[in-house]
Design a protein around this ligand. Structure first.
Ligand SMILES: Cc1cc2nc3c(=O)[nH]c(=O)nc-3n(C[C@H](O)[C@H](O)[C@H](O)COP(=O)(O)O)c2cc1C
Length: 191
């Protein structure tokens, strides 16, 4: 096997979701954030619509996101189901992360929505593998609350937020992937 394959396989297999509680207090250099974003731009895209859009949140903007998430939670959860711990967790996570990328999609109207979502998911995986290669932990967070982030993020009518990509340096050991065998998910047709 050539070296490219070995390197790629290692990055794919070692990438794990790393959550804010495991991040250490260390900034991610802006040029590395740019490199991670650059990788997203090479995702495959039907009709070259390139639907992926990202909002980069660092510094005080992260705290403002935490406040916005808390406000959306408070406004949407029935009063009897409100949990202070859950409310507090938004600001905690946004503060623990060194950088958060809002994963947004701009729908072109030229394709079914699922194709724009699929292309954006490919872009996010490119970012996750690049982060892994840079020893930066990351994970895609998709709480239902993100559908209320349009105003905070200044999204237009044809744009929607599909998640938050939390990032931070960490000291975790490479974790094992929790997967059932691939053979259970593949059907070969030879004749
Ligand atoms: C589209 C998408 C949305 C996700 N949303 C969440 C989420 O809201 N909360 C969470 O804890 N993990 C979320 N994850 C991460 C998964 O929990 C994680 O990928 C899974 O547990 C497998 O672990 P691994 O990424 O380390 O292989 C999401 C992953 C994807 C691809």
């Amino acid at each position: 096997m050539n070296n490219d394959f070995e390197v790629l396989k290692k990055l794919i297999q070692n990438r794990r979701s790393v959550f804010p509680a495991d991040y250490i207090a260390k900034e991610i250099e802006e040029d590395l954030i740019e490199q991670i974003l650059e990788s997203a731009n090479y995702a495959p895209t039907h009709k070259l619509t390139q639907p992926w859009r990202f909002t980069v949140l660092t510094g005080k903007a992260k705290s403002k996101l935490g406040v916005a998430l808390g406000e959306i939670y408070k406004a949407t959860v029935p009063a009897e189901k409100f949990l202070q711990k859950k409310f507090d967790s938004f600001a905690q996570k946004t503060d623990q992360a060194a950088c958060i990328l809002a994963i947004n999609i701009k729908f072109s109207g030229k394709l079914p929505d699922w194709e724009e979502i699929a292309a954006t998911a490919c872009a996010v995986q490119n970012m996750a593998l690049t982060a892994e290669a840079l020893s930066i932990g990351a994970y895609w967070s998709s709480p239902p609350l993100i559908s209320g982030l349009g105003e905070f993020l200044g999204l237009k009518e044809d744009e929607k937020c599909y998640g938050l990509f939390y990032m931070g340096y960490h000291n975790n050991e490479a974790g094992t992937a929790n997967r059932t065998p691939m053979s259970e998910k593949v059907t070969w047709m030879r004749d």
